[in-house]
Ligand binder design. Structure first.
Ligand code: UDP
Ligand code: MG
Length: 318
């Protein structure tokens, strides 16, 4: 097969998205046509249990530019995107969701920005109306904490919907970590970045795989992957408690010297023991979080495993 790199690669992760596949291509293909660029669409089937894979293969009959990558199991969206970036050959790479929450038409202004020399053009959700009353404020809080604790800030409302230049993609590929907190990685690589506001749409069919619990875990994961502040605050707490303890000791000694022996302070003792015990357990727990990540990184396992790739003219499909 001739390996000429297309001008654009579109990377789309799919996990149980049967109902969204045809509608997605119906909207995406005309946009690619109107741009008049040579393109490939890399569809990652992230271990779907429904007939997502069959549908993707069927779509190749209409559009041979579709390449279908099947991962050997569900590795999660971030790993799926990573595999897509590794495989993409385009001079620019668009990452978008497969549930039509990211309107393909936004690619047109994104392309304009890229052609002006911007390396990372990211979609910025205009409103968070699909988020609900709880998620919105919580996620804003996350972005604030993240900005304060880590060396890079990630813009609130920016996600995986983005267009990257080849050198931005290569920069991302050069980051070896197994824990792929993509939002942080996009910001970490630097380069010129520009936001294109868009109205996020309702997911077409199916349900989001993100519960509130997942989101909490994701936020915590993000902070721990990008900041050492949770590790270091304990020196501050330790120092602070030690100073307090010293002042208290001086006070007790002075009081005993002046007033004589006091009745034993059981409540004070118990409170101090429980409070310090709690703090110690908490700090050990935080240490554990980091050690767990070191453990995961040192195993150096691949981020994903590809079971099969179907590409090229569709009649070549087995
Ligand atoms: N996705 C994936 N693997 C997963 C979970 C999700 O590839 O384990 C894909 C999913 O098919 C969709 C995109 O990632 O194309 C975003 O997922 P979802 O809509 O569940 O997330 P949300 O839009 O709620 O953030
Ligand atoms: Mg979605």
């Amino acid at each position: 097969m001739v390996e000429t790199s297309p001008e654009l690669s579109v990377v789309v992760p799919f996990f149980n998205e049967t109902g969204n596949i045809d509608p997605l291509f119906q909207r995406l293909l005309p946009v690619l046509d109107s741009l008049g660029v040579t393109a490939e669409i890399i569809c990652i089937d992230d271990g779907s249990k429904d007939d997502t894979h069959e549908r993707l293969i069927a779509a190749r009959k209409q559009a041979p530019m579709i390449r279908v990558v099947k991962l050997s199991r569900n590795f999660g969206k971030e790993a799926a995107i990573t595999s897509g970036l590794d495989i993409a050959r385009g001079k620019a790479v668009l990452i978008m969701d497969g549930d039509l929450q990211h309107p393909p038409e936004v690619l047109i202004p994104m392309m304009e920005a890229l052609n002006r020399g911007i390396d990372v053009v990211y979609g910025l959700r205009k409103s968070r109306k699909t988020d609900g009353a709880v998620r919105g404020p919580l996620s804003n809080m996350f972005y604030r904490i993240f900005a304060q604790t880590s060396e890079v800030a990630i813009p609130a409302g920016a996600g995986d919907f983005r267009l990257l230049s080849r050198r931005a993609v290569d920069a991302l590929k050069s980051l070896p970590e197994q824990n792929r907190f993509m939002k942080g990685l996009y910001a970490w690589i630097g380069f010129s970045q520009q936001a294109i506001p868009y109205e996020v749409e309702q997911r077409r069919t199916g349900a989001s795989k993100w519960s509130l619990g997942h989101l909490f875990a994701y936020a915590w994961h993000g902070i721990v992957s990008f900041s050492t502040v949770p590790l270091r605050v304990w020196s501050f707490f330790g120092g602070f408690t030690a100073v307090l303890a010293l002042i208290y000791a001086v006070w007790i000694v002075a009081k005993t010297l002046v007033l004589g022996r006091d009745t034993p302070g059981y409540a004070t003792l118990a409170t101090a023991i429980f409070f310090l015990g709690g703090l110690q357990l908490l700090s050990i727990g935080i240490l554990g979080e980091y050690i767990a990540r070191i453990f995961a990184e040192t195993k150096r396992r691949p981020i994903y495993i590809i079971e099969d790739i179907q590409q090229g003219p569709p009649d070549a499909d087995a």
